[in-house]
Design a protein around this ligand. Structure first.
Ligand SMILES: Nc1ncnc2c1ncn2[C@@H]1O[C@H](COP(=O)(O)OP(=O)(O)OP(=O)(O)O)[C@@H](O)[C@H]1O
Ligand SMILES: CC(=O)N[C@H]1[C@@H]2OC[C@@H](O2)[C@@H](O)[C@@H]1O[C@H](C)C(=O)O
Length: 400
């Protein structure tokens, strides 16, 4: 009997002692594509990963604008969604080929691509509230286009299996965090501040405490959107320097925190569908605070991000637990935000670089971990206390 040669290749990749996987991540900030070339050996808790190369390729301003028009909005132009789904898959493929060329890596040396895609709408049931509909989430940048463009077997659309198995489709970082960063001796928190903030809590293995992960609220999304509107040409508040010149307005902060999301039990997920400029404008209008300076608004938005993180950590981690906090995501470059966070939590924040993963590359690496798990077949072996749904995630696209 004959077999599609890509299927036998896939079987060889899964059983090989090591494999090279390119992880691709583009998050809710819509800033560009993170490309991480990783070398894996093993799977499950034996996973070893080495980050061989990493680059972020910014999206063009035209692409950013086109994506903004169809992202996180309940009503959009379906033709734009359709064309961007194909277009993104195609340019992700081109970007991978360009990186491999620059890194002098042969296409044939790469076993797999793990492509997250671009989330354009995230709709957990607690948010959409539609009685007869399930949790739902939608990523574009079709995997077949990536596979055909590069000639590399591609796994994509990781979140749908999680939703199908009863999850909200996020956060998925918990899988890679658990497999790569669990420690026998240290309680750890892996905090990612991207557009949205989320963390994984990894109690020391053997402590009997449960691993968990949740979104906690906005990361940079509200600050970014406000800066982009008020300072045309600026993408974000570099280092938090505008915010640092302002003062936190407690009334605004309390009103920002007065949303159903913060009253819901953990774990939970969210997105820019909730934390949008209209969320901010609505609160500013309600409080008669329109006259605040931009710096005051940004200082308060930064405090809002910090407050969401603090609420999440204090609700999910038993009192008086000593833990180390490792940060990743673009928000770690916001000095003002980091200082506020350290002061609020009363601890010194570490970088995931101390755990051998470049914090800017972490999410792209974690999607490569999901592909490694899917292909090597270990996905069903998570302990029931881990909070990990036992599913192999990622749809497989063959190049021909
Ligand atoms: N030097 C800096 N100063 C302040 N903020 C910065 C700096 N560099 C990056 N950022 C912030 O980080 C954001 C990008 O972060 P990142 O790429 O982690 O987000 P993302 O992956 O899109 O988000 P998510 O994980 O929520 O989907 C930028 O939009 C900006 O707000
Ligand atoms: C639906 C979606 O794309 N969610 C993202 C987003 O960005 C951060 C937070 O919200 C997190 O839940 C998730 O991404 C990371 C990578 C995750 O799944 O862990």
């Amino acid at each position: 009997m004959t077999m599609n040669p890509y299927l036998s290749q896939l079987s060889k990749i899964g059983s090989a002692s090591s494999r090279k996987i390119v992880g691709l991540m583009s998050g809710t900030s819509l800033d560009g594509l993170d490309i991480a070339l990783c070398e894996f050996s093993g799977y499950g808790l034996e996973t070893q990963v080495k980050l061989l190369n990493f680059r972020t390729i910014s999206y063009s301003s035209e692409l950013k604008s086109a994506l903004k028009l169809i992202s996180s909005k309940p009503r959009v132009d379906l033709e734009q969604v359709t064309v961007l789904n194909a277009y993104l898959g195609n340019i992700y493929g081109e970007m991978v080929l360009a990186c491999l060329g620059d890194w002098n890596v042969e296409v044939t040396d790469v076993d797999l691509i793990a492509s997250h895609g671009q989330t354009i709408y995230h709709a957990p049931k607690h948010q959409h509230g539609l009685e007869f509909y399930p949790n739902a989430t939608f990523q574009i940048g079709d995997g077949d286009h990536v596979a055909v463009k590069t000639g590399i077997i591609t796994l994509s659309d990781f979140r749908q299996k999680h939703v199908a198995a009863g999850g909200e489709g996020a956060p998925l970082s918990i899988y890679g965090d658990y497999l790569l960063f669990s420690s026998d001796t240290e309680h750890r928190v892996l905090l990612n501040i991207g557009g949205i903030s989320n963390f994984t809590y990894l109690p020391a293995t053997g402590s009997g405490l449960a691993v968990m992960s949740t979104d906690v609220g906005p990361g940079n999304t509200l600050m970014d959107q406000f800066v982009q509107r008020e300072y045309p040409g600026l993408g974000y508040d570099d280092g938090g320097s505008i915010a640092a010149a302002g003062e936190i307005n407690e009334s605004l902060l309390n009103l920002l925190l007065d949303d159903a999301f913060f009253k819901r039990s953990f774990p939970k997920t969210t997105g820019p569908e909730v934390f949008s400029l209209s969320y901010l404008d609505n609160v500013l209008g309600k409080a008669g605070l329109i006259e605040l300076t931009n710096a005051d608004v940004l200082a308060t938005l930064s405090a809002f991000t910090v407050a969401g993180i603090e609420l999440g950590l204090s609700a999910c981690i038993p009192d008086n637990t000593d833990f180390s906090l490792y940060i990743s995501g673009g928000g770690m470059h916001n000095t003002f935000l980091r200082q506020q966070l350290e002061a609020k939590l009363g601890l010194s924040i570490k970088s995931t670089a101390l755990l051998d993963i470049d914090p800017d590359a972490k999410e792209a690496v974690l999607f490569a971990v999901l592909a490694n798990e899917c292909i090597s077949g270990a996905a069903l072996q998570y302990p029931t206390t881990s909070g990990l749904l036992p599913v192999a995630m990622g749809k497989i696209s063959l190049p021909r």
